[in-house]
Design a protein around this ligand. Structure first.
Ligand code: NAP
Length: 817
């Protein structure tokens, strides 16, 4: 065992185990804010265990970690968890350790935050003690709901533990507690409508409290005139003044101050907008499209509307831009803005820039977090539509030729497609930010001089130079993901209109957590939705680059087996369409599914409507079937970049005698086609007469004739005996008999006795794939009910039975939100 080390005062170990970067981002935020509290964390990824740290030598360990798959640790935490779970460890192994865990999870999935819970339990079993209660943040309600209060209370707990006095903070540090600003709504009336927003005194007190590091700041109710004056003073010119203040390295708190200090007369346009807004309810930010355009250049705005066809939200319905009366009345507690750390410089035009950028490796050659392979190239050699023209959803089957790559996969794995942001959205974002003339210039990203962020670095997935702003927005950052509260908090500081500012404050405040969950997270609004809804918001592009998450590849289950068609891999997906709502101001298609649909249009025409097309042009060519010339084929083949993602547990059992029950409605059937191909090949190879378990497939779609995916393949598996039972359910076909199953779970109930005997007597393995939110929950409930009925179990015992199956990996889910 390593010897105990002496540590510097205020030191603690801060670990993160991240899959997509969220846990890392939160850990880094804690790291940044620690100095303000006199704390000096040593931060590491959990994967560095044994190399950079040994937990048993640490008096104080803070961990932030996510959970993936069916309650598994993220890839970067596997080694850490494995070491922690070693059976030989004595029960006092961590007796000298004090710890706390923040787990991130998604309650749509079973085993919510399971990895963090297991780590928490294991630390305790090994004698460590919690110095601060562990917390588990749920993606469904917004991670901040649980993460914010946990972080806020963490610092005093740490100070107490490591013996730092509460005043010991570094006055130059960037941190303030997350919830540090209390802004009071002004209920005075003027011009017939309510105003709210920070006042000059509010900003002053914020600045001074920030310097003293004392935390909470509360302001007296603001006078209407102050508020109104402050906000009316702010016009486009003021916004750019704000920008330059920020660039010079002043804190954002100062920025608010300076904005208040800038005096300009409201323009006529502002005045007329105010008059229009007066007619609406006071807490309405979103106005008509025409009003939204008021802060933008007319020509630009008309182009925006032409291209994105903006929706006009209903005025009095709570939405992204519209508050509820209850929230509008509340004092707000705001998070502190995180320290700015980037600066963007533009270089003179370079004609060769586009060709140079075309040669750049994807995202600076930075491997995606959950990738099991390097970035590989593949060709989409066929694309065919699996659903009828009049089906509810368009589902595509793409065949990828991976002959030239080293891709290895097994049924159950996924292939992630690297895609870029939509050109139109990128252009609109650039226009909305007023950066059209700079967008294609060579750009240089550097660290803001005087930044208060510790360990400030250009995000590794963005090249520091040799790129343009358009390239960054298109390839490196996710502009579709709902903005996090930290970004909204920054946007507050760059918003001039009082009501818009107030609404943004609400959305990032503690009190507005429900509104954030409902209208930002729940509606899946994009940055552009936010910028359109708040037209007086003019953030500097640097702040956006700092906050926008990395654009991640999109995973799809493989629906083939590599031995079945060597050198190829199939994926199937429904093309996602997202309509407008009161918060989403423009309709959009799924980023990757929409793109794949668009770029494979000609392949789709070539393939016709056959489900397993012989019309794979590459194969045709290899076989000498010259239905198309080489030149024609090259024109329609689409090159894509992919990475593979392994699913260690979602695998058909190697023992063919184990019965399989596969449940996959819609595209959830995808992995099972690969399972069946693999099974057929094995059955052909292995000796006849062996004990072969039953193989069931429960599939569901809307209409037998419109979206029965893989129909002929499934019928083939049935007729050759690979599939022993196929139970389809058609949810929207007219029913002759009301007892006809509509959903997969109806078939589970209808075949309760056979399924239970397969499960309880023959140790069948159950696989569920598809929608996590409703289907997987309903299927699990159906299982519990048939277990109760057939095995005569109580509700608790049936739950326990299913849980035991999960633990022994006999009930496996691959479910997607
Ligand atoms: P879908 O929209 O989920 O519909 C398939 C069938 O499921 C329909 O008949 C639908 O009926 C029914 N359904 C609706 N609610 C249900 C419930 N609570 N329980 C059981 N059945 C229910 O099909 P999809 O568009 O293909 O989506 C399937 C899901 O699988 C998605 O969540 C997708 O992300 C996921 N998935 C995708 C992949 C992939 O690689 N592309 C792989 C695996 C899983 P009604 O609409 O008539 O109610």
């Amino acid at each position: 065992m390593a010897t105990r080390q002496t540590h510097k005062p205020g030191r603690y170990l801060l670990l993160y185990g991240s899959q997509t970067g969220q846990s890392q981002a939160i850990a880094e935020e804690i790291f940044e804010r620690s100095a303000k509290h006199g704390l000096q964390p040593e931060i590491h990824c959990m994967s560095m265990v044994g190399k950079k740290f040994q937990v048993e030598n640490e008096p104080c360990v803070v961990m932030v970690t996510s959970t993936t798959g069916d309650g598994e640790p993220p890839d970067t935490a596997i080694k850490f968890v494995r070491r922690l779970n070693r059976k030989i460890l004595p029960s006092d192994h961590l007796a000298n350790v004090r710890y706390s865990v923040l787990g991130l999870g998604d309650s749509n999935y079973n085993n919510f935050a399971n990895n963090a819970k297991n780590i928490d339990r294991r630390f305790s079993e090994l004698g460590a003690q919690r110095f601060h209660p562990s917390a588990f943040a749920d993606e469904v309600e917004g991670l901040d709901v649980a993460a914010d209060p946990w972080i806020d209370a963490l610092f005093p707990a740490l100070q107490k533990l490591v013996g730092v006095c509460p005043d010991a903070g570094d006055v130059n540090g960037v941190d303030e507690p997350r919830c540090n600003g209390s802004l009071t709504v002004d209920h005075s009336e003027s011009n017939g409508f309510l105003h709210s927003g920070p006042t000059p005194s509010d900003s002053v007190s914020a600045a001074s409290s920030s310097e003293s590091g004392s935390g909470e700041r509360t302001t007296a109710p603001a006078g209407l005139n102050e508020t109104a004056t402050v906000d009316k003073k702010f016009d486009k010119t003021d916004a750019s003044a704000t920008h330059s203040v920020s660039e010079s390295g002043d804190s954002n708190t100062d920025t608010v101050d300076k904005a208040h200090a800038i005096g300009t007369t409201p323009t006529d346009a502002d005045g007329s907008r105010t008059a229009n807004k007066k007619q609406t309810s006071e807490n309405v930010v979103s106005e008509t499209c025409a009003e939204r355009s008021a802060d933008c250049d007319d020509a630009q705005q008309s182009e925006m509307e032409d291209t994105l066809d903006l929706n006009t939200p209903v005025k009095d319905v709570p939405s992204l831009g519209v508050s509820t009366a209850e929230l509008f009345e509340k004092s707000l507690t705001l998070p502190a803005p995180l320290a700015a750390f980037l600066t963007v410089g533009y270089l003179p035009p370079d004609e060769s820039l586009s060709s140079k950028m075309a040669e750049l490796p994807w995202q600076n050659d930075c491997k995606p977090p959950s990738a099991a392979s390097e970035i590989l190239r593949a060709k989409v050699v066929s694309a065919c539509r699996l659903t009828a023209e009049d089906a509810v959803k368009k589902t595509l089957l793409l065949k990828l030729c991976v002959r030239d790559s080293s891709l290895k996969y097994r049924p159950g794995d996924s292939i992630s497609i690297i895609c870029a942001n939509d050109d139109k959205e990128v252009s609109q974002l650039i226009k909305r930010l007023g950066l059209v003339s700079q967008a294609d210039l060579p750009l240089k990203l550097s660290i803001l001089v005087g930044t208060k962020k510790r360990r400030a670095a250009v995000p590794p997935h963005i090249p520091e130079e040799g790129i343009s702003l358009r390239y960054v927005f298109k390839n490196c950052v996710d502009i579709r993901e709902p903005p996090k509260k930290a970004l909204l908090r920054h946007l507050v500081d760059y918003t001039s209109d009082a009501r818009e500012k107030r609404r943004l404050q609400e959305l990032c405040s503690k009190e507005g957590a429900q509104d954030y969950t409902a209208h930002v997270h729940g509606e899946h609004v994009s940055l552009l939705d936010v910028l359109y809804t708040f037209p007086s918001c003019h953030p500097p592009v640097e702040r956006l680059i700092e906050h926008l998450p990395r654009l991640q590849p999109r995973p799809y289950s493989v629906c083939s087996c590599s031995e079945w068609q060597p050198g190829h891999a199939d994926i199937a997906f429904s093309v996602v369409t997202v309509p407008t709502s009161n918060s989403r101001l423009y309709a959009r298609r799924g980023l990757c599914t929409g793109w794949l649909d668009r770029v494979t249009q000609r392949l789709q025409l070539h393939a016709g409507k056959e489900e397993t097309p012989a019309a794979d042009p590459v194969t045709e060519l290899a076989q000498g079937v010259e239905s198309a010339s080489l030149a024609d084929i090259e024109k329609i083949i689409v090159q894509v970049q992919i990475v593979s993602r392994t699913n260690q547990h979602f695998r058909a059992p190697s023992d063919l005698s184990v019965p399989l029950i596969m449940i996959g409605p819609g595209t959830g059937v995808a992995p099972f086609i690969g399972f069946l191909q693999e099974r057929q090949l094995r059955l052909q190879k292995e000796e006849k007469g062996g004990n072969v378990g039953e193989t069931w497939l429960l599939f569901g779609c809307r209409h037998r004739e419109k979206d029965f995916l893989f129909r002929s393949a499934v019928e083939e598996f049935q007729s050759n005996g690979v599939l022993t039972k196929f139970l389809p359910a058609f949810s929207r076909d007219p029913l002759n008999d009301p007892s006809t199953p509509r959903y997969v779970q109806d078939n589970i109930r209808a075949h309760a006795s056979e399924i239970c005997s397969l499960v309880s007597e023959k140790e069948a393995v159950v696989f569920v794939c598809g929608d996590a939110k409703h289907m997987a929950v309903d299927v699990a409930a159906a299982f519990e009910s048939i277990l109760m009925q057939e095995l005569d179990l109580s509700a608790d015992k049936a739950k326990e039975y299913l849980m035991t199956m999960r633990i022994h990996r006999r009930y496996l889910e691959d479910v997607w939100t």
